[in-house]
Design a protein around this ligand. Sequence first.
Ligand code: GLY
Length: 514
Amino acid sequence: MVVTEQHDATRVGIGVLRAGGNAVDAAVAVGYALAVTDPCCGNIGGGGFMLIRTHDGRERFLDFRETAPRRATRTMYLDAGGDVRPGASTKGWLAVGVPGTVAGLETARREYGTMSRERLLAPAIALARDGFTLVAGDRVPIGGPRAQPGARYAQPLLAHTLELIARDGADAFYRGPIARAIVAASEANGGILTLDDLANYRIEERAPLHCAFHGYDIASAPPPSSGGVTLCEILNVIASYPLAAWGWHSARAVHYVTEAERRAYADRNAYLADPGFVRNPVAQLLSTQYAAALRAQIQPDRATPSAGVKPGLGAAWSEGADTTHFSIVDGSGNAVAVTYTINDDFGAGVMAGDTGFFLNDEMDDFTAKPGVPNLYGLVQGARNGIAPAKRPLSSMAPTIVTQHGMLRMVTGSPGGSRIITIVLETILNALVYGMSAQAAVDAPRTHMQWLPDALHYEPRALSPATSQELRAMGYPLRRVAQWGSAQAILVDPRTGALQGGSDRRVASGAAMGY
Ligand code: GLY
C-alpha cells in the first residue's frame, strides 16, 4: 500500500513494490517522484524525516533536516533597529537552509533498500523528462491555461539534475555541479551558502520518540522535530478522558483536547530545539506526573486564556505551506513514514541556474526574534535561535502506531505547526472513534497552538450547538479554510488487511494497494 498526495507518485511506489522492492525502496522512488509531480512540497531542495519500522519490529529514524549555513547568525533577519525584516527568512536566497533530502534518500536506499539508485530514480526522471498530465489538485509553478487539468507538464532541466544524481549519487548534489550551481546563484543574489556548507552536510540517525496511548505504542519524530514530543505530550494529557463516550468533536472533547494542545505548544515553543545545541527536557515533558499536573490546570467548563499559560517546566529551562507526507507498507509488513518539506509553498521561491528545482525557506522555522511569530504564527523562544549548522525546530511528525508489537497505523501530514494536531486527530479518529483510514484523514479538524489564542476550526468541524457551547466557555473561535493533507494506512488487527486514506483536501492524491 502506498499513500501520497500525488497519484503519479503513488503509482511509482506501487511499481517499485511490484518489482520486488521493499518499503524503503518505494519510499526513495516516491521521494524523488514527488519532487517532480508535487514540486510545491515534494523536493530535492529541502529536508525531512523518515521513520522506518521493519516487519520484525526494528526501527530507524533518519533526520535529513536542513541546517543553517555556517555564515548564519542569530540576528541575521533583524534590521538595525532590532526588528524582523519582513520576508527575509521566507523569500529569496537568505532564507535557504542547506538541503538534506538527497542525502536522506540516498542513505535510506543504501542502508535499508535493495535496489540501485538508477532504478529508483528512473521513474522520476521519466516523469520530469516526458512530463505528466495535470489533474485537479496538482500544484505546479505556472499560471494560466497550461496549468489546467489535462495539460502535460514536463521539466527537462529537473530531469537533467535527477540524471546527475542517478549517475553520481549524493556527490552530484553536495560536491559536484549541483552544489556549484546552488552556491553561484546564492552568491549572486545575496545568499550566504558556501561549497563547504554543502560538502559538510550530514544526516543524523536517531532513536524514534515513543509514548503509550490506550494500549498502543506511538513512534514518532524526536527533536529536532517537536512533532513527536508535542504529539505525545497531548496524548499523555488526554489519555485518561473518555473521549469516545463524550463523542467526536463534542464541546467537552474539543475543550479538553484544546487545553492539552495549548499547554503542549507553549512547552514546544519554549523548550524544544536541535539536540546538537540544547538539551531537550523530553523525559520531563512526557512524564506521567507532568501530564497529571497539566490535567489539574484544566478547568472543566472554562477555556484558559493563553496569556495565563506559561511553559510548564519553569524558568530553569529558559536558557538559552509547504510540506508533504507519504506512508508505505510492503507485503512483508515493513512500514515507512516520510514527511519532507521546503517549508513554504515552493520554498524560498528560488531555483539555482538550470537545476530546475526549488530551494527551501526552512530558515524561517528558527526563531528570528523571540516573541515574534513566524510563517505559522508560532511564537518561539531563544533556544530555537539561529546558529551555524544548527537544525531549525520542526513540527513534522511521521508516525507509526503498533499494538502488542503488531503494526496498526502509519500516518503523517504537511501543515506547518498544524501537523501535530492533524496527526493527533487522525490517530484519535481511527483508534478512538473507529473511523476508516479515509474518514480519519478527511474528517474536519480543530487546532490550538497556544499563541495566537484562538481555537481554529475547519468548515463543518463544529456543529452550531458545539460552537455556541465553546464560545460560552470562553473560546475565541476562528474559522479557517481547510488545512493539511494526511496520508494514512491502517492495518486490520484481525486480518492484517491494509486500508489506505489519502486526504481529499488535496484532490490529486491517491492510496493504492494490491
Ligand atoms: N517547515 C515546517 C516544519 O518543519 O515544521
